[in-house]
Design a protein around this ligand. Sequence first.
Ligand code: ZN
Length: 227
Amino acid sequence: MKITWLGHSAFLIEGKDRVLVDPYLTGNPKASTTADKVGCDIICVTHGHGDHLGDTVEIARRNGATVVAILEMSNFLERTGVRSVGFNLGGTAKIRNTEITMVPAFHSSSIGAPGLEFSAAMPVGLIISSGKVVYHAGDTCVFGDMRLIGDMYKPDVALLPIGGFFTMDPKQAAMATKLIRPKIVVPMHYGTWPPIEVDPKEFERLVKKSSPKTKTVLLKPGESMEV
Ligand code: ZN
């Protein structure tokens, strides 16, 4: 499996299928590609905020990709003409050769349009099984049931926000890593704007101390890793 960080929380996960997560590219100062270039079969969206929903509709239309989102957001996306599978926490959808399970994330979720902002149901984390198992935590604080996520899904890779302010900071994310026990952890959702400017090396140091069996991989936007 090849995992490419496209900046912020956007990843392209190429296992049995090409799965794009939280494709915020347009307007993302750290994006490594543009919405008209990225190719994918499936798009997973963790929640409605603009820096996660991003270019989902445009990319789904161009690629004929299936979108995965929590039910209420999925219903909204279907009205834009994209094919979307909506389900809920604890549920698993099999799309092509990939299984996607929704797990909790503690955050908020809304969809904003000019002069209008409405609730987009709950934010979620995602377990993406497409050869290897990847846990994309979405935006969240640390919570004790991350241990359960580790027990049940045994992620090969955890993608965790570390930027603080809107999500976990490096210290909380290191605690999350200890609870999840992935083989590899990759930090995300940092360095995009000043409020979430943190040093990923601090996260790496903390993980080394508290989870010596987990390897931290620091990617730069546009960089890939093989798992
Ligand atoms: Zn958010």
